[in-house]
Design a protein around this ligand. Structure first.
Ligand code: NGO
Length: 479
């Protein structure tokens, strides 16, 4: 980034967005929808304008998400190879505009963008956040808002944890009781909920508008009580257990020797694949303490093959690295740096898998900030804002080559989060830090200067109504 001499660009009532081609126009429309309510300007999108979005085949060295942004008094130009790159560039423009640009009612100008030239591309291709909609259910609108905020920090994956012991959250037409019975509760005994296929498709579409790909997770073979409670025949003994609203883990397992288990998975992964434009599905695989170890090793390759047969690559928690994995699998590391889990990450890479880093003592957004945090957990320790930012995905687990790291994911588990406002409080301000770790090079970033930039986000979050935690570690700017 280079600050340029000369006056700032200013958005005015005569401003217009110039874009040619369907993708640039679509991104232009998105930008116009952001700018119109707060500025009150018409901001037409057409062939010409003072804000130009241009897809160009010549910017190949910035990858699919890279972009170049130039702002001068006479206009702003964003150029990229892809629509995705244009969207990331538009997001930078959004961040360069005053925080009041986020308002939903007209605010007085001016609307300056300092003269600047930015050439940008991400360090990692996978920059995600996971939302656990199983332990507590969140509505379509709540998930959409979570997406909107994640997009502001250029995340590109939303991992939805769609099933667990406490709830099954998506309609599967061939096994309808999964949603109607398995989705009828949540932690604490509330009435839970589930997404119809139309609702789920709406979430996927909303994410795609922000160039975010949804990675659906159906957790197997453990964390399956909601499914086992819905269909007696899935159980080895043929008896359905009751629904579960507690928070213990490791007590449920699909019946590994039963052929029906694989018909079930074929149907479920088949229907979920049909709702998934992305190339990856997550089969869980964590904490299968109720599955005999030799059966676990037999199960994972079978389940993985089902995912492959439905046309998707496999993703799973690091435990799956004990088993044989198909090509192009992704293993999600959630350990805390202990030798046992580090060994699993290395085993994954030795098999040719790539690793997404979600170390629980850094990237688990459900960990408490400090002893006074009113909800959240602390099994992986307290995770204050500085600790969640101050790590490097490439060196967190010793012995992994950087080329094997697909990226990072901040996971938000919801055992203790029965309202989206509480989820937001755990995610902000830590989520933007994980996003930055995924985007920016390791050199040139560090807590002392990040702290300042993070503090600058407060006025924007105030306008957006984000229920963020005013950590005493951060010099928050007043609105
Ligand atoms: C673990 C466990 C989840 C919990 C979470 C809580 C993984 C991968 N499995 O992470 O079931 O919700 O901790 O922090």
């Amino acid at each position: 980034m280079a600050a340029l001499d000369g006056p700032a660009f200013e958005l005015t009532e005569r401003s217009a967005i110039g874009a040619s081609g369907p993708e640039a126009t679509q991104v232009g429309e998105w930008l116009a929808r952001l700018l119109r309510p707060s500025t009150g300007y018409a901001i037409p999108v057409g062939r010409h304008g003072d804000v130009v979005l241009e897809r160009t085949g010549s910017l190949t060295d910035l990858g699919t998400e890279g972009y170049r942004l130039d702002a001068r008094a006479d206009g702003v130009t964003i150029r990229a190879l892809t629509g995705e790159g244009l969207f990331r560039g538009v997001t930078t423009l959004r961040q360069l505009l005053p925080p009041k640009v986020e308002a939903t009612t007209p605010k007085p100008g001016p609307w300056p963008v300092d003269a600047v030239s930015v050439t940008d591309q991400p360090r990692f291709g996978y920059r995600g956040t996971m939302l656990d909609v199983s332990r507590h259910f969140f509505s379509v609108d709540e998930v959409k808002r979570y997406i909107d905020l994640a997009a502001l920090y250029k995340l590109n994956r939303l991992h939805l944890h769609l099933s667990d012991d406490q709830g099954w959250r998506i309609v599967i037409d061939s096994w309808p009781r999964l949603a109607t019975h398995g989705g009828s509760t949540e932690v604490g005994g509330g009435s839970g909920g589930y997404y119809t296929k139309e609702q789920y498709a709406e979430i996927v579409r909303h994410a795609a508008e922000h160039y975010i790909t949804v990675v659906p997770e159906i957790d197997t073979p453990g964390h399956t009580n909601a499914a086992l409670a819905s269909y007696a025949e899935l159980n080895c003994d043929g008896n359905a257990p009751p629904l579960y609203a507690g928070t213990e883990v490791g007590f449920s397992s699909l019946c590994i020797p039963k052929p029906l288990t694989y018909d079930f998975l074929g149907d479920v992964f088949g229907e979920v694949a049909g709702l998934t434009p992305g190339d990856t599905m997550h089969l869980g695989g964590d904490e299968a303490q109720a599955t005999p170890p030799e059966q676990y090793l037999e199960f994972v390759p079978k389940a993985a093959q089902i995912v492959r047969d439905r046309g998707k690559h496999v993703m799973g928690w690091h435990e799956i690295a004990q088993a044989e994995l198909p090509p192009r699998s992704t293993v999600q590391y959630w350990g805390t740096g202990d030798e046992r889990t580090a060994e699993l990450a290395r085993a994954a890479v030795a098999q040719g898998a790539s690793v997404v880093m979600s170390p629980a003592n850094r990237a688990y957004l459900d960990m408490k900030y400090d002893d006074d945090t009113p909800y959240g957990q602390s099994w992986a320790g307290l995770v204050p804002v500085e600790l969640s930012y101050d790590w490097d995905p490439a060196t967190q687990v010793p012995g992994l080559p950087e080329s094997a790291i697909a990226g990072v994911e901040a996971a938000l588990w919801s055992e203790t989060l029965d309202e989206i406002a509480k989820a937001e409080h755990m995610a902000y301000p830590r989520l933007p830090g994980i996003a930055e770790i995924g985007w920016s090079p390791a050199t040139g970033r560090g807590w002392p200067e990040y702290q300042q930039r993070l503090g600058d986000q407060a006025p924007r979050w105030d306008v957006l109504g984000v229920n963020f935690y005013r950590s005493p570690q951060v010099p928050w700017v007043d609105p």
